[in-house]
Design a protein around this ligand. Sequence first.
Ligand code: SIN
Length: 482
Amino acid sequence: MQSDALQTLLKNGSYINGEWKSAQQKFDVTNPATGELVAQVADASEDDAHAAIEAADSAFKSWSKTTAAERAALLRKWFNLMTDHAETLGHLLTLEQGKPLAEAIGEVKYGAGYIEWFAEEAKRVYGDTIPGPAADKRVVVIKQPVGVVTAITPWNFPNAMITRKAAAALAAGCTFVVRPATETPLSALAMAELAHQAGIPAGVFNVVTGTQSSALGKVLTQHPRVAKFTFTGSTGVGKILLKQCADGVKKVSMELGGNAPFIVFEDADLDAAVEGLMLSKYRNAGQTCVCTNRIYVHDSVHDQFVEKFVAKVRELKIGNGLDEGVNIGPLIHQKAVQDVKQLVDDSVAQGAQIVYGGTPQEDSTFFAPTVVTGVTQQMPLAAEEIFGPVSAILRFSDESDVIAQANDSEYGLAAYFYSRDIGRVWRVSEQLEFGMVGINEGAISNPAAPFGGVKQSGSGREGSKYGLEDYLEIKYLCMGGI
Ligand code: SIN
């Protein structure tokens, strides 16, 4: 915590118009593994949020006129600085969020990957020419940046959820204001410092750190100069923010909750399925929107699969993310532990059985990896988003039944299934009502792929060539008198 590199990137106030802002009120950022104070950060007011949007609005006038190559070069510098500082950024991320250091460094590289991706995509914003309706008319389509973009990002990925939005926005020629989660502002501020070092002009990338979620959220969704709002977080909060955006008819992208099914068919390679499940369930201690939530295992392979899976889960080491060999860190706070415990307790009361793991201590932020069998579709562990390291296993015997069960959710973010039957692979992929499907694969996120969901999991796509479109307006030019 004391290293010079860390101190250089440890900032303690909002970054607005290229300057660090202090405030009389401060809030504590604590390490979820130890409860220790990591930093005290200036608590931004609504005025600060207004100032950030106005700075972004004024910077938009020149940033939107830079060439794609100029923006790409600056983004590339930012990417290089992020990768050069990946270990320090990872350390900071573990301190404020808790995930194991290797995973935190992995997130920083994953996050930086979006900056690299969009630096390259900036040069590929193509328009169209369309055959005109008359001999003297021409139809041309150009694409232009939408304007000032505001964002609210979550604590589970304090780095990558910002870069995935900001890099696309900046590449498109938009300017950006983000309010990171109160629990994890330090990664965002460290990224602002590196954006500054990269030479990204004042006002183009702004960070507003504060505890007044509702007041700051209103400014970010309702300020007249905001053209687009983008959010990653729960469906409940997303709905409130969407309503706030409605009055100003803001463009929106929403990456909301999930309840991912993971289906193991009778023809699956069980070892591969266990490996994929470990990745998709225990990443970030299960605190990921795309984490597996409901594991459907075919009757004929159920017992064998559970045995293999529990053997792997036993190998997981829980502890402080900075300690060697730890693969499961704490949950973000004690309330998260109690919420997950409630889901387990309520499901056990309805007949589910804990086959591995168990009950956390009352005042702990740690929840041991846990496996529960005998879960059914209506039990809380299947019906609700767990957001913790609990594997809920259900049985099935028929392909169409399991597809119907998998789709029986208001969410539609990610789904996974394992099968070696090519016909089934197509049938199931096409019928699953989810934005992303992992087929014989548990790790689906990467900058080249379109990340996003259907149903109440949100709208819009992030990453990939589609991710840039969300930050561009289409303008049609009709040229007559030719
Ligand atoms: C999320 O939890 O929403 C992000 C996960 C990812 O990018 O893989």
